[in-house]
Design a binder for this molecule. Structure first.
Ligand SMILES: [Zn+2]
Length: 287
């Protein structure tokens, strides 16, 4: 089953940065400027939902690659909107409640690469791929802004939300580098199982996409900053599937991708949620 139904025609994507930002903040969230892109061209925003000073904070970053991957920002926006309005989707309310009950708060960077969003580019203004820049001793402004706020928030879980240009469906995955321990491996497998179950289609394993390079956000976030217990942040990436290999940005495709993205966010969020582990039976019964 798909967790979320009835999105077609409801959420409209906007390719213009200001237009997207004007759709924010979602209900019950606060938005702040946390820095600027290279050349001070665009403010970079952070959105707070719930208590981000709490221990269990989910950190989301979307639209770092802003060319074919810009609907990730819309997926995250609508995900937060749904969490803020549990009664808006009564069939899914139990999942919404599990997420709301487990996480103290969510911190979201809607568009990590604003220049790319406006210019249909994977890269920033200087031609740099932000998601390869996290190991650079002199990072781009966008990279530094993200590093600074992650170090302040100290989330327990961080997901970098991307799209995979392939015919596959949504995938939730985390890095499986050789330095990743068994707890990570367990949660990766768990995420794949839950995604497959909730989406009613086989979610893919990270191995099909390759390992995390040193400059990727998920690698940096999982190894350098710490959570509020001074432990490793559970850090990963979501690659939302695209049914069109050409990377079309037509509204119809964007609507589909946004919807799959919302499902992927629910899947991975539940997979990393101990409350869901204890309530798995209700899912297995077809609820
Ligand atoms: Zn990407």
């Amino acid at each position: 089953m798909n967790i979320i139904k009835g999105f077609e025609g409801f959420y409209i994507a906007d390719r213009n940065y200001d237009g997207f930002i004007s759709s924010l903040p979602p209900t019950n969230t606060e938005m702040e400027i946390i820095g600027y892109s290279e050349g001070n061209d665009f403010p970079i925003y952070g959105v707070k939902y719930g208590d981000v000073t709490g221990k269990n904070v989910l950190f989301l970053v979307s639209s770092l690659h802003s060319s074919t991957e810009w609907s990730t920002a819309w997926s995250c926006r609508n995900f937060l909107e749904i969490l803020s309005n549990p009664n808006s989707h009564p069939d899914q309310k139990k999942y919404i409640d599990l997420i709301n009950n487990y996480y103290d708060g969510i911190y979201w960077i809607p568009i990590g690469n604003p220049w790319g969003y406006n210019n249909n580019s994977r890269l920033n203004k200087n031609g740099v791929d932000i998601n390869r820049d996290f190991a650079d001793p002199n990072p781009q402004s966008e990279t530094q802004v993200i590093k600074t706020i992650v170090n302040q928030i100290k989330p327990s879980v961080l997901f970098d939300v991307h799209e995979k240009i392939s015919p596959s469906l949504a995938l939730a995955s985390i890095d499986e580098g050789e330095d990743i321990d068994n707890t990570y491996r367990h949660k990766t497998q768990r995420a794949i199982e839950i995604s497959t179950m909730l989406l009613n289609r086989q979610a893919q394993h990270w191995g099909t996409l390759g390992g995390a390079g040193a400059g990727e956000l998920r690698r940096w976030a999982g190894t350098v900053p710490k959570n509020k217990d001074n432990e490793q942040i559970e850090s990963g990436i979501i690659e939302i599937g695209d049914s069109n290999t050409s990377g079309s940005v037509e509204n119809k495709m964007i609507t589909w991708r946004t919807k799959q993205g919302i499902n992927a966010l629910f899947s991975i969020t539940l997979a990393f949620n101990p409350l869901f582990e204890r309530n798995t039976i209700m899912v297995n019964k077809g609820g």
